[in-house]
Design a protein. Structure first.
Ligand code: SF4
Ligand code: SF4
Length: 750
């Protein structure tokens, strides 16, 4: 029998090379850590949105930051030589460690030679990565973590659950219980102030008695040998300046060419991280310092060592995909904007050191590929992409990690099924991954065999079988296969009798075509009502489903085939209209990895979400939406709750739906979640069903809240999986916006 979640320690499941550890960690996090993680990450996330909105040239800043990082990583070997020369010129010591063992040995030796007995330490993820504390302890050197969160974790013997707020999984009550249990104190410790005062008393003694200080470094400048320390508690300032021996440790990727580069990164880091304009303390030091507040009774000679750690990073630099990881400035925006991370935090969505969407790449690069298995929690929702100050395509990194892990798992893979399903030979994967990745084939045959396939898929015995073989959770309602696909049913829609106000080719994506043709039919009906000429393109798998499972070669082949279909229509003068937002995200975003640049740009410029295109036509031709879609004629009333798909938001195609619905006279409340938790196939998987539903709770609660003021609202969502998720949570029908508009056109008086 498996252990109850309450007795699973985070450290025991930090190594998630085995899937079972990942699943245990999710259970533990949902049961114990979720409320605190949710509160803290969402608070950071809200503050981040506000902070970046106040930066006038935010996008230009991001472009410049990205360009600096690209250039720095491209010439990293030279920069390392330069920074060494600068540090030595300043009177400090420099050590380039090829791995964690070498870095730890160097630091331990330096401390040993100076008879260091007590080290005060500022927060440093690199020191976590190389297990520095353990090495020092084995040498008889006491290490005192001085960041309050790190202090809590040291007391609890846990690994960080977040890049910036390592103890965000702790509520105040849990910290009180931990301190009382550990320090056997009768002090009340019932507020943040009391807890901080209590920790400060302990740490003050440590600072006063410390023989050495070890800090990290947010940035290191090659031209001056300066280090930047960004913090909110002031403990790193004391760590780096109070003891006469200061050792700074950082990954080699932290080196920037010049001190002049710092301004951009300092301007971006705090807003992206905690939502502050600037953190409480930002120190730019060029050690060894001569004017630091060294205690009067100590020798005034100060000693400084900069230890830069390779530990796989120079290898990542050569990796065609993982090299992008080295641009990361560890701001944590990608963690805080991630719905899955907001729900379980880094003890589930994280490894031994690094967490969140970017954490998998760090673990794979500095540790081992299989330690990145937790990247399975990246649903590819893309919400983090626009939040990253250096524009890292995090879901793309995770798809590639998934592909590589699929290859490592290949011994258990479904070679036979793979051949039957025509996946690319390079795409080895488990049966569930092939099942979810090749929905185009299952959808095609399911639709061909409907209604038999629908009847069979509802039989309890078959659901058990599907759960056992394909990993489809039996608690999920399965959307029925369409007996008449969109491609088939569309032939019967009457042609338009109005002036030509546009020409579109609707792309019958596989989800709409085989699973929800009524959305596509509604769109055709609406377009024709407005006077837009509509044809359907050929049906083709676009690659979205394959990409999400790490079947990258298959996705590429599908993307290429689909692009030929789309380009033919574009060159005949039609715009491409897509019903399913995740497929539109393929055309506007992901295909940059698969298609030749010109083709990608051409398709990107001519592809639209259905309502986005409609809104554009209405605006360009100055047509009144109420003439066609007056909300007063909607049979279910004018009150709506609208949830836009995560990828639709990322590609900037969500807002037109809201605008059009409001212009038509609807009273619209919109969801404020990053993602509904379903995220394509993610919520169907038996391993992730509970997490998916826990993520969905925020959205369900927002709907409930929006209905407190006067009854039900018609539920509207653009993504097919969002519709399924909202239906699962609230047991009510959910409509595509085009279905809402089509209902109105059907009520129009002759
Ligand atoms: S793509 Fe979505 S799920 Fe993946 S890391 Fe980014 S926000 Fe999280
Ligand atoms: S990947 Fe980007 S958003 Fe995430 S921590 Fe790194 S810099 Fe920040």
């Amino acid at each position: 029998m498996s252990a109850p979640a309450s007795v699973i320690s985070p450290r025991s499941v930090a190594d998630k090379s085995e899937k079972s550890a990942l699943l245990k960690a999710i259970r533990m996090a949902l049961e114990i850590e979720s409320p605190a993680v949710r509160h803290n990450t969402q608070t950071f996330n809200r503050a981040r949105y506000e902070a970046i909105a106040a930066i006038p040239d935010y996008n230009a800043l991001k472009d410049r930051a990205r360009a600096i990082k690209e250039a720095a990583i491209a010439r990293l070997p030279q920069l390392l030589e330069q920074v060494e020369a600068s540090v030595r010129r300043n009177g400090g010591q420099f050590f380039l460690a090829k791995d964690g063992a070498e870095a730890s040995a160097y630091i331990t030796r330096v401390c040993g030679e100076r008879q260091v007995r007590l080290v005060v330490k500022g927060k440093s993820m690199t020191s976590e990565e190389i297990h520095l504390n353990r090495h020092l302890a084995e040498a008889g050197i006491e290490v005192a973590e001085t960041d309050l969160a790190e202090f809590i974790l040291q007391v609890a013997d846990e690994q960080p659950s977040h890049l910036v707020g390592p103890a965000i999984h702790y509520s105040r009550e849990r910290i009180t219980a931990l301190f009382k249990r550990t320090f056997k104190t009768d002090l009340p410790l019932d507020s943040g102030e009391e807890l901080t005062r209590f920790a400060r008393e302990i740490l003050r003694q440590k600072f006063l008695n410390a023989d050495a200080g070890i800090s990290g470094a947010n940035f290191v400048t090659a031209d001056t040998g300066s280090i930047v320390l960004v913090e909110s508690e002031g403990n790193i300032r004391l760590t780096s300046q109070l003891p006469t021996l200061h050792i700074a440790i950082a990954g080699v990727e932290k080196v920037l060419p010049s001190r002049k580069d710092l301004a951009i990164f300092i301007e971006l880091l705090a807003p992206s991280s905690t939502g502050q304009g600037l953190t409480s303390y930002t120190s730019i030091l060029t050690p060894p310092l001569t004017s630091a507040p060294v205690l009067a009774d100590r020798a005034q000679t100060r000693e400084f060592h900069l230890v830069l750690v390779d530990n796989g990073r120079l290898g990542m630099r050569e990796d065609p995909v993982l090299h992008e990881t080295l641009y990361c400035i560890r701001c944590s925006a990608c963690l805080n904007s991630c719905a899955n991370f907001q729900t379980v935090g880094g003890h589930a969505f994280g490894g031994e050191t690094y967490s969140g969407g970017i954490g998998g790449s760090w673990e794979a690069g500095t540790n081992d590929l299989l330690k990145a298995r937790f990247n399975e929690l990246c649903t590819g929702c893309t919400r983090c992409i626009n939040q990253c100050p250096v524009r890292i395509d995090i879901p793309w990194l995770n798809s590639n990690l998934r592909e590589r892990i699929n290859q490592r798992d290949a011994a258990h893979s479904a070679g036979f099924l793979q051949k039957v399903l025509g996946s690319q030979a390079e795409d080895k994967a488990s049966i569930p991954k092939i099942f979810f990745g090749r929905y185009d084939l299952f959808g095609k045959w399911g639709a061909r065999l409907a209604p038999l396939s629908n009847w069979a898929s509802r039989l309890p015995g078959n659901r058990n079988l599907m759960e056992g073989i394909f990993g489809v959770d039996r608690r999920r309602d399965l959307p029925p296969f369409a007996a008449k696909t969109l491609a088939h049913a569309a032939q019967k829609v009457a042609p338009a009798g109005r002036p030509n106000r546009g020409r579109v080719a609707v792309f019958p994506d596989i989800f709409t075509n085989y699973g929800s043709p009524e959305r596509g039919l509604a769109a055709i009906e609406v377009f024709r009502e407005v006077g837009i000429e509509v044809v359907l393109t050929d049906v083709s798998a676009d690659g979205r489903a394959s990409l999400s499972q790490g079947l990258i070669q298959t996705a590429k082949k599908q993307a290429e085939k689909t692009s030929r279909i789309l380009l033919k229509h574009i060159r005949e003068g039609r715009e491409i209209v897509v019903i399913e937002p995740s497929v539109l995200a393929m055309f506007r975003l992901d295909n940059r990895h698969f298609l030749e640049r010109n083709s990608f740009e051409e398709i990107r410029a001519h592809s639209f979400e259905a309502v986005e295109y409609l809104w554009r036509v209405l605006q360009e031709r100055q047509l009144d939406p109420q003439e066609f879609f007056s909300a007063s004629r909607h049979p279910l009333g004018t009150r709506l709750f609208y949830h836009s798909h995560c990828q639709q938001k990322t590609i900037g195609a969500a807002e037109p739906t809201e605008s059009l619905l409001r212009a038509a006279g609807f009273d619209v409340v919109t969801s404020r979640v990053e993602c509904c938790g379903m995220a394509g196939s993610f919520g169907y998987k038996k391993e992730f069903y509970d997490l998916s539903m826990a993520v969905g709770e925020d959205l369900f609660n927002q709907v409930r809240g929006a209905e407190l003021d006067g009854g039900l609202r018609t539920l509207v969502a653009t993504g097919i999986s969002c519709q399924e998720q909202i239906h699962a949570g609230l047991q009510r029908k959910v409509f595509h916006p085009m279905e809402v508009l089509a209902k109105i056109t059907r009520t129009k008086p002759d």
